[in-house]
Design a protein around this ligand. Sequence first.
Ligand code: BV8
Length: 238
Amino acid sequence: MRYREIVILTGAGVSAESGVRTFRDNNGLWEDHRVEDVATSEAFARDPNLVQRFYNLRRNQLHHIAPNPAHLALARLEREFDGRVTLVTQNVDDLHERAGSRDVIHMHGELRRVRCTRCDTVHHWLDDCTQRSRCPNCGQAPSLRPNIVWFGEMPFEMEAIHDRLTRCDLFVSIGTSGSVYPAAGFVSNVRHAGEAHTIEVNLEPSAGASRFAEHRNGKAGALVPVLVDELLGVGRSG
Ligand code: BV8
């Protein structure tokens, strides 16, 4: 089967072999806080220093991690596939970009950007962000928050994502537990299942596994390069 439009959704599992902790590690706990309780605007209003610390630790981690074969294979697919590849990631790290992917939709935002809550500008930011950090545009403080989509907030670029889902003829979900919406529902938004093929690549069957036509269980670092070779027709005789 030759595909024309592929949508790829990635989650924390695609970065796991790069040493980035998934949300399921520690049963979704960080410093004994449930992630859902830290990654919210209410938590930020209640204890901004705690939330800033949560993201500063993870932003600092960006300097010590590198893309793994799964990230590199997805960048190769974007470069060499003779149709359209849309990469939507739930991840807030920059490993897809550092692997060479160019067209990445960060639906949950990015660790390397902060947003001013006063003038709404977004800035590239790799250092610690605190309540004393001044907005590079309006100069106010406190004003900067992580440009991350918290629980209860609308994910970014939903319209563009939905448009690509309804047009794609292949949807591949990689390294996600299917526990967070609306990403977990994307597989049900692709064109009528009869026309689009759907593949789940994950260490283990996810909560939404039954909604996929095909399942490949194992490590992304091993399975994604194989899948990309197949999609590029590499190693296909004749
Ligand atoms: C919204 C940024 C509405 C933060 C994140 C009840 C039912 C249904 C939905 C809800 C509900 N109650 C509330 C909701 C909505 C809520 C939600 O879904 N909650 C869940 C907990 C039930 N969703 C929201 O709030 C979303 N917004 O709904 O807005 C709205 C409408 C109108 C107007 C305004 C608002 C916003 C959700 C975004 C939250 N932010 N991230 C941060 O990163 O700090 S989500 C966060 O969790 C991560 O981004 C990540 O996406 C997600 C965890 O998911 P995964 O990526 O799947 O990670 P996980 O660890 O769970 O799984 C990893 C998988 O990899 C595992 O399956 C594992 O087996 C596998 N794996 C591990 N190693 C490997 C591997 N696979 C392959 N290879 C390996 N080596």
